[in-house]
Design a protein around this ligand. Structure first.
Ligand SMILES: [Zn+2]
Length: 422
């Protein structure tokens, strides 16, 4: 048997353990918000990494306001040095999951394996991916192969809420940095045969309209802030929506509908609380929150300017309109460079394991890639892992056992190739 064949056979031999470990991870309800069970899950990963020959470090996100005694934010990193220090390949997975929600036919935190599928909250997003990372490295060790470089595996917190105490914090503290780390693979569920090269940008903003309160029987004495918001929403619908829907990115964002720029109205509130006791008053304030997904080709500055100009045009036509624009969050788009060795390496591994490759994709949302590149300065970063993206966050979430095994093989071959071992 060749070295590669030995490693692939060693993944097959570990299938039961791989599935069991995925189930063990699902059993810890690391629900975010609020961030439950993080210490237990970090320790579960840390203990497994230690038995697989990793040096393990627990890293609490000191200094972050969400890192509290009640809900500590603890990340874990394991490091295994091979025959050489570099290249260093880092595999990162978040272990937080979104709340189970309604509509489950199985217990979300008591994983079931049925018909070749692992069911449970976080099976797909992304505890199977974490297990695949651990067993990719372990299969190499069990095959008696010493890497020509090092491998690191991290389990991190809070990806679902922005990753600020997780990957962003790790990158800020130098644990994920271009000076020490050569390649990063994030085994997020973006289809087992595809390589994800980044994501669009996010601009969350809040618009407040201010009116003047008056008696509701004489509304002409006041200025209604909700009516003004209505005018703004109408302009957004008529002027902005068609314009941005017509813009298409060259990035291979999936699904097709997300190849364009989009805008969603997250929420709106104004005037008196609906359902509460009513008094006759003209609404003096109205607020709405927007989620604008922008393309790498648009850029943040132009995206924001377009909103500012729309508001200014509306104000010029409606002298009574008083408004404020507040930026809530900006995530810049990221894209793996076309010539990154990661793409070719994963492509070859996919051909070897699956006999085909589904090509490149980009995520409709965002994931921790942004922090790896923007804060850590590591451009050689992709997402590749088991699971079907569409099942993430859904009731009866599942991940195929075949997917986990195949992704583990692909990641193992990528580790061999990236370190020049085979
Ligand atoms: Zn995820």
């Amino acid at each position: 048997m060749t070295l590669v064949e030995r490693v692939l056979a060693s993944v097959d031999a570990a299938t039961d353990e791989l599935v069991d470990f995925t189930c063990d991870l699902i059993r810890v309800p690391t629900v975010n918000p609020p961030g439950d069970g993080y210490v237990d899950c970090a320790e579960l990963i840390g203990r497994r990494l230690a038995t697989c020959g990793f040096e393990v470090q627990y890293l609490a996100a000191d200094g972050r306001p969400e890192h509290t005694t009640r809900h500590p934010r603890v990340n874990v990193i394991g490091r295994r040095r091979g025959r050489a220090e570099r290249p260093l390949v880092h595999l990162n997975g978040h272990f937080d999951v979104v709340p189970a929600g309604a509509g489950w036919t199985v217990d979300p935190f008591r994983p079931t394996v049925r018909d070749g599928r692992i069911y449970g909250r976080g099976s797909c997003d992304m505890k199977a991916g974490l297990a695949a990372a651990v067993y990719a490295a372990e299969a190499i060790r069990r095959a008696g192969v010493d890497l020509n470089g090092s491998v690191e595996i991290s389990g991190s917190v809070d990806e679902e809420s922005g990753g600020f105490a997780g990957v962003a914090w790790l990158a800020e503290k130098g644990h994920l940095n271009a000076k020490t780390t050569d390649f990063v693979i994030i085994p997020e569920p973006l289809y087992v045969d595809r390589i994800c090269i980044g994501h669009r940008g996010v601009y969350w903003f809040e618009v407040t309209t201010h009116g003047r309160i008056a008696h509701g029987s004489m509304p002409f004495h006041g200025v209604n802030a909700i009516e003004h918001m209505g005018v703004l929403l109408d302009r957004i619908r008529r002027e902005l929506m068609p314009k941005i829907a017509g813009r298409t990115t060259a990035m291979p964002v999936v699904p097709d509908g997300a190849r364009h720029a989009t805008l969603n109205i997250n929420g709106i509130e104004g005037g008196q609380k609906v359902g509460g006791i009513q008094t006759p008053c003209v609404a003096d304030v109205c607020r709405a929150v927007f989620d604008r997904r922008f393309l790498i080709e648009e850029g943040f500055e132009a995206t924001r300017r377009e909103i500012v100009e729309l508001l200014e045009r509306a104000a010029a036509e409606m002298p009574a309109l008083r408004y404020e624009l507040r930026d809530l969050m900006v995530v810049h788009p990221v894209r793996t460079p076309d010539d990154s060795p990661l793409i070719g390496v994963l492509d070859r591994a996919l051909q070897r394991v699956l006999g085909k490759t589904g090509g490149l994709v980009a995520s409709p949302g965002t994931y921790d890639h942004k922090h790896v590149t923007r804060i850590g300065g590591i451009t050689n970063c992709v997402a590749y892992g088991p699971g079907i993206l569409d099942l993430a966050h859904q009731p009866d979430e599942w991940c195929g056992v075949d997917d986990v095994v195949n992704a583990t093989k692909v990641i193992a071959l990528a580790l061999l190739d990236l370190t020049g071992t085979a």
